[in-house]
Write a new protein. Structure first.
Length: 114
């Protein structure tokens, strides 16, 4: 996609910034108080995880910003820019799983010709 929009002088990039947000839900963001009825729900657990991770992210947002700037300036940069080892590991895990699924049905899936 970056190549398709380059002729229009547009830059397209998607970054995957898992575990980079510093001071999430603090400062300029105001969160409503949690409700006891939701404590054990997925939303309640997510709220708790945000509180536990706040300020303890594994990656440096300043370094990530430098990577983003380099990618924006690079005409060959990928459409999706993973930031941090966790993002790269999760993407590789997903791709590996998809390749294994493809391999397991390749012979059958190819058998569609007349």
């Amino acid at each position: 996609m970056p190549g398709r929009v380059a002729q229009h002088r547009l830059v397209v990039a998607q970054q995957d910034a898992r575990r980079l947000v510093e001071r999430f839900l603090v400062g300029g963001v105001v969160a409503s108080p949690g409700h006891a009825a939701y404590t054990t729900t997925p939303a309640g657990r997510l709220r708790q995880r945000f509180a536990e991770q706040d300020g303890r992210q594994a990656n440096d947002p300043v370094r990530a910003a430098r990577v983003i700037l380099r990618a924006v300036e690079d005409p060959e940069s990928p459409l999706r820019l993973p930031l941090g080892p966790e993002a790269i590991d999760r993407i590789r895990e997903k791709i590996t799983g998809q390749a294994e699924d493809l391999d397991s049905y390749e012979t059958l899936a190819r058998d569609t010709r007349f």
